[in-house]
Write a protein that binds this ligand. Sequence first.
Ligand SMILES: [Zn+2]
Length: 234
Amino acid sequence: MPEELKTKAIVVRAVPYHETDMIVTLVSPEYGKLTATARGCLKPKAKLRYAAEPMNFGDYLLGGKNGRYIIADCSQIESFSSITTDIDRYYAASLTLEVLAKLTLDQPEPALFVDALSTLHDLAYSDKDTDEVVTDFLLAVLRDNGSDLDFAHCNVCKCDLLGDAFFDIADGIVCAHCKNFGAVLIDAVSRAYLSGENRNISHELKARANMLVADILYNILGTRIGSHYFAEQL
Ligand SMILES: [Zn+2]
């Protein structure tokens, strides 16, 4: 049965296929992850070349059957192309697309989609610090998945966290007294940064805090993210 599907979507991945085609992975807020062929888009002067560019955000018209789609048309909403002129912004955007791709499965994830879109917006058009944009995105992803982590208070005894804190899957963020064996250390500097008490730290320390959040995300959601991003940062 022929189908036609119209949806807003972001390109999270594109790989060449045959001589002039691309296989494009799209994430839609309504349909989740979709795979579509962009026919002939590698030909010179191909009209829909941009529709197969990672980060492209557009209104897509897909045709096809049995879940095998072809990009019939796309009207671009944002290319976010300014991100590609700054290597740190570019790595942060790649992490954003990776998270969006890995955490969107068959089900649509509209809250994650909105967070990813606003993160790409910040990276392209705001002067917000790149590391902090990544931090805020990762914390928002956890919040969307029901883990609104409080780095200012122990989740068990409710004391104010001042120095180091600890994370484990059963209790969340806790103080030294409440921690279980095997809990992950969140050093005092990372904790104060993640709670928002002190964001005035170096790029290296922010990257370390982001890595801790990526670890927490892995513990909670079972998805490893950002290995490429973090390899470039440290
Ligand atoms: Zn405690």
